[in-house]
Design a protein around this ligand. Structure first.
Ligand code: CA
Length: 228
């Protein structure tokens, strides 16, 4: 049974979400403050953490940073009433895996949870430091940093997500629709062309010869496949 930690101070939401998650077959523990949430998260294993941004004792950002510093790599889905883009960027930089703005539909939350759990289940076996290497590229998952030949590669948050996703699903043919769904999520991206554009940007950054990619391959008529 997958175990979820809910760090949220709004009693009504804690009740509703816990009930719903349990009815979906998850085991749930909750903490009403950041401090007690960190204690729980560092004392027992969880498969996923739902983290509110506005907590009474500290912000969700601080919780997130603290957990990542303590080498807790449990997927974190941030819940927040704020919708600003900069919050999202900060959250993702501090190590949150996904982000959902309140109020949200429970069905959307469930879909995000499933997607995150699926991604982490498929996560590659990396070295003890959480670094995955292909060619002269090194992807440091905990710090979300990528280097090529030792030099930092400047990836956008989306490019990093896409690259992580490709690595996690290496060897698997991924359709554009599937990639849109899993990487861009449920924000109703208009076109699968978006995927092609981002793949092309990513190739410019990690492939020695982007026109003849060695790692991010096109599978004609089907989609893309990462080998490495
Ligand atoms: Ca709150």
């Amino acid at each position: 049974m997958k175990k979820i930690l809910l760090i949220e101070d709004e009693p009504g939401l804690v009740l509703t979400l816990s009930d719903r998650l349990r009815s979906e077959g998850y085991e749930v523990e909750s903490a009403g403050e950041g401090g007690s949430g960190i204690e729980l998260a560092t004392s027992q294993p969880f498969d996923l953490i739902l983290l509110d941004l506005m907590l009474p004792d500290m912000s969700g950002f601080d919780v997130c940073r603290d957990l990542r510093q303590q080498k807790i790599h449990t997927p974190i889905l941030m819940l927040t009433a704020r919708a600003q883009v900069e919050d999202k960027v900060v959250g993702l930089k501090l190590g949150a895996d996904d982000y959902l703005t309140k109020p949200f539909e429970t069905i959307e939350l469930m879909a995000r949870i499933e997607a995150l759990l699926r991604r982490s289940a498929a996560a590659p076996v990396t070295s003890a430091t959480g670094v995955y290497e292909f060619g002269d590229v090194a992807v440091d998952f905990p710090s979300a940093e990528v280097t090529r030949g030792g030099e930092p590669v400047d990836l956008s948050a989306r490019e990093f997500q896409l690259l992580s996703y490709l690595i996690e699903n290496r060897g698997v043919v991924l359709s554009r629709d599937q990639m849109l769904n899993d990487v861009w999520g449920y924000d109703a991206m208009p076109s699968t062309r978006t995927v092609d554009v981002h793949i092309s940007w990513l190739r410019q950054k990690v492939e020695a010869n982007p026109r003849h990619p060695q790692f991010i391959l096109t599978v004609h008529g089907l989609g893309y496949k990462f080998v490495g």
